[in-house]
Design a protein around this ligand. Structure first.
Ligand code: APR
Length: 230
């Protein structure tokens, strides 16, 4: 099966696993000001507040489980080439079994040296703390992309989308750049589908499944498999 499906996911795919989205009613950015926890300035100003924010979210990720949407993408991966490009920092795609996952905004399960971005560790059960320092004694920070920081994976992500035979967007408001611009890299004529109960952004020609991810993604996968007899 030569078809290459690229799936661009956002916080909405993890919502039914119990993880908050950012911009829905009651979302994370209503609970806390992103300027206080998700910028390099916030880290310089109050690292303890930033560490607490990411420690709490990581505990929620550890307690969460992949849902039927994550699992449907694994089901598809067993039948054709699937590349997941996620804005999410959780590890639910990997825990479901997806083997090609590109994290545009990093991973909450990792920490990196505040001095050397190449020095990265897997946090596992340990928390970020002032005592957790890198090999040169500098603090370890969340290995995520904060607002105002570069998105190193963007070029790879754009190449993947430009080579997609099908693009599926699941659970993203497409509010944040450069991630949101990825939909522009798809070749003309490549089918684009969106799974989102409140899809707002109009993508010309896109097929919109206005359902939660745990219903809409399995539905899309079933239709795709039937269409290609896989
Ligand atoms: N199933 C599918 N989609 C859902 C569900 C669900 N159960 N619940 C909510 N959604 C949709 C919402 O309608 C919305 O379109 O998920 C989207 C969530 O949008 P955001 O909260 O803006 O999340 P996201 O698009 O991933 O944000 C992008 O912003 O703050 C930064 O770094 C952060 O990666 C994040 C980026």
């Amino acid at each position: 099966m030569s078809e290459h499906v690229v799936v661009l996911t956002g916080a909405g795919i993890s919502a039914e696993s119990g993880l908050s989205t950012f911009r829905d009613a009651g979302g994370l950015w209503e609970q806390v000001d992103l300027e206080d926890v998700a910028t390099p300035e916030a880290w310089a100003r109050n690292p303890e507040l930033v560490r607490d924010f990411y420690n709490q979210r990581r505990h929620q990720v550890l307690a969460a489980r992949p849902n039927a949407a994550h699992e449907a993408l694994v089901n598809l991966e067993n039948r054709c080439r699937v590349s997941v490009v996620t804005q999410n920092v959780d590890n639910l795609h990997e825990r479901a079994g997806s083997s090609h996952v590109l994290h545009l905004h990093g991973s909450i399960m990792e920490a990196r040296s505040a001095l050397d971005p190449e020095e990265v560790i897997e946090l596992g059960e340990q928390d970020l703390s002032p005592d957790l320092t890198c090999s040169r004694g500098h603090p370890m920070r969340p290995n995520v992309v904060w607002f105002g920081e570069a998105v190193p994976a963007m070029e790879t992500a754009a190449q993947l989308v430009s080579r997609a035979d099908h693009l599926l967007v699941v659970g993203s408001s497409l509010n944040v750049y450069p991630a949101a611009s990825l939909v522009q890299f798809v070749e003309p004529g490549v089918p684009v589908s969106v799974v989102d109960p409140d899809a707002r952004l109009h993508l010309p020609g896109a097929r919109v499944i206005r359902k939660p991810a745990t219903e809409g993604v399995p539905e899309w996968v079933s239709g795709f498999r039937a269409a290609f007899s896989i």
